[in-house]
Design a protein. Sequence first.
Length: 216
Amino acid sequence: MLLPRLVFWPPVSREVARAVTDAAGVLGAAGMTVRRRAALPLARTLLETLALLHRHFLPSHRRVLGGDRSVSVWSALRGGRSGDVRVNPACLAPVAYISASGLLVRAFGFGRAGRLDALRARFLDAMRDGAVFLLPVFPTTARRHGFSWGPYGNLGLTLVFNALGFPAAAVPLGLSRDGLPLSVQIVARPGEDEVALAVAAVLEREFGGWRMARAE
């Protein structure tokens, strides 16, 4: 099992990082070999994915939000309306974020054809012996009820493996000190969905779904 070295972006909270470490300890005690701080191109893959979202996803999503007419994100954010369509700010926030940051990362050369294939090969090379990755699902604890998304620059780490086409399972690891859910994702090699599910079952038995995270 590989426990990748977390990068400065997206910043992972201490409580989330500790929960992932606890999960790695459980799997180590169950007999898995744990390799900590494995160097993987997580940040680069996130940037490549963001550039691809900007190129391929954003135009169609803007049309969906605008009712078959491309929504003007900035006008809608200022006034809450785009033409005759009123768009919820929580729906506009990720579109605005991808519009701005996606354009920036593409200006730095991300999003070119074939880049994800090369990155995928690097992940596969690290998994030659049938290893799995253990990572946060999101850099912070879950948000409270009623919260949708905030344009603060944090992206879910599930994006990486959605883009690469790797099977992954998310498992609850209990609750934070504030009573908010913690979780971890287990990522396996393509075609080895059963491996991710088997590792998830071990963690599910140990953590019982929603036990409280330990105090500092």
